[in-house]
Design a protein around this ligand. Structure first.
Ligand code: PCA
Length: 218
């Protein structure tokens, strides 16, 4: 079994992104017998999906977990649904800010995660990691990558989805405005490691209990 783990480069003027710090820490590990490969994605609307497509072709994974930073979130958020919309609140790392543009012209309105998100949340909580199901991955590059991932893998026997992570303490210390929640990198790495172990075990058990049925919303 092979797992592809993606993380993003820093964006929005930051010098760190927890998603990449976590992904690179897990690169090369074997988790529950599955080999983990980490790939960094650019936080650029025009480049993120070509980079993802290349990573899928290169690694041919059985499971994909895409990670992203969500400032303000206080736990590990398993995203349930990706929507066919780019509506950027801030410019991406190339200075582009698409407003009300579909990710895939003519594509379905949304895709569900095909990860066992409820089982993963339950297992994470049992292991002591605060976790929840989230109903929105936003409308920035994370949602674009999540939508593109589900679109590229639609109909294939590959389980895929997205998890948002809290800030790192180093970022929260410099963040303007009210104090935002943060988790130390080691805790985030341990949480994602646990999430991947749950995912691999669930897949190996042959259970079909994915979010809804892994279907498409039209
Ligand atoms: N978070 C942003 C994009 C990259 C990242 O890590 C988002 O939530 O869309």
């Amino acid at each position: 079994m092979r797992v592809l783990l993606t993380g993003f480069e820093p964006f929005g003027g930051q010098s760190l992104n927890p998603s990449w710090e976590v992904a690179r820490a897990l690169h090369g590990q074997a988790i529950a017998g599955a080999q983990v490969s980490a790939v960094q994605l650019p936080c650029v609307f025009a480049k993120a999906l070509p980079a993802l497509q290349q990573a899928l072709a290169q690694h041919r994974p059985d499971m994909v977990l895409a990670l992203g930073q969500a400032e303000g979130r206080s736990d590990l958020s398993l995203e349930r649904v990706a929507i066919n919309l780019m509506d950027a609140r801030i410019p991406d790392n190339a200075g582009e800010q698409p407003i009300d543009v579909p990710v895939v012209a003519g594509g379905p309105a949304a895709y569900f995660s095909t990860l066992p998100i409820k089982a993963m949340v339950a297992g994470l909580r049992q292991a002591g990691f605060p976790a929840s199901v989230s109903a929105t991955a936003g409308t920035f590059v994370c949602n674009q990558v999540f939508y593109g991932l589900q679109h590229l893998l639609a109909g294939q026997d590959v389980r895929s989805g997205f998890m948002h992570l809290p800030l790192l303490p180093e970022q929260a210390a410099l963040w303007p405005g009210p104090t935002l929640p943060s988790w130390p990198v080691q805790q985030q790495v341990a949480g994602v490691q646990q999430a991947l172990a749950l995912l691999v075990a669930h897949r190996q058990s042959g259970q079909g209990d994915w979010a809804i049925s892994g279907g498409t919303l039209h």
